[in-house]
Design a protein around this ligand. Structure first.
Ligand SMILES: CC(C)(COP(=O)(O)OP(=O)(O)OC[C@H]1O[C@@H](n2cnc3c(N)ncnc32)[C@H](O)[C@@H]1OP(=O)(O)O)[C@@H](O)C(=O)NCCC(=O)NCCS
Length: 152
């Protein structure tokens, strides 16, 4: 499997918003939402296999050196093949590269797939957000990237 992760382009938006409508039918991001997110503080990524777009994600960076994952999405028919892990690894790599001290995100409290994924990478639940989404409650999760460990 030859995979590429690259920055999202306007040409990707038709496919991305089609996937978005399938995965989040109640509240999909639109073309405009993605275009608004294409700013110096947000990286929109796509995951491709042989030029086929199979996933995407949005990653924000704040002035306080923290990063925030707004979404990770793998095309439904390509889920559970290790691609979410590959995308999340990439986001953590970029956050470390840019010297972020932590990564936070919100996840629907009933989204067990995503909760498993984030917990497997060491994200911890730090808050419960009642009615955060139109579809229900959320957890706020955080991964600390700095440790006190001294590698000598
Ligand atoms: C959540 C999501 C990104 C995971 O991507 P994926 O490619 O299916 O996940 P992977 O195959 O890399 O699996 C990674 C881990 O996620 C968890 N996971 C994935 N699918 C799961 C399932 N159906 N049930 C339970 N855990 C699951 C597991 O911990 C898994 O690790 P394991 O295979 O070693 O047990 C994907 O399901 C998705 O796009 N869902 C819709 C959008 C979404 O909910 N995004 C998160 C928004 S916060």
């Amino acid at each position: 499997m030859t995979l590429t992760i690259r920055r999202m382009k306007n040409d990707d938006l038709n496919i991305v918003t089609e996937i978005e409508k399938v995965v989040w039918p109640d509240d999909p991001w639109t073309h405009e939402d993605f275009i608004d997110s294409n700013n110096p503080w947000c990286y929109c990524w796509v995951l491709e296999e042989k030029n086929e777009l199979i996933g995407y994600s949005m990653q924000y960076f704040d002035s306080d050196m923290t990063s925030h994952i707004a979404n990770i999405c793998i095309k439904p028919e390509r889920q559970r093949q290790g691609l979410g892990k590959i995308m999340l690894n990439h986001l953590i790599y970029i956050a470390r590269l840019l010297k972020a001290i932590s990564i936070s995100l919100e996840v629907n409290a009933t989204n067990s797939k995503a909760l498993h994924l984030y917990k497997a990478f060491g994200f911890e639940i730090i808050d419960f957000l009642k009615d955060y989404y139109p579809t229900g409650d959320a957890y706020k999760m955080k991964l600390h990237l700095l440790t006190n460990r001294c590698d000598v």
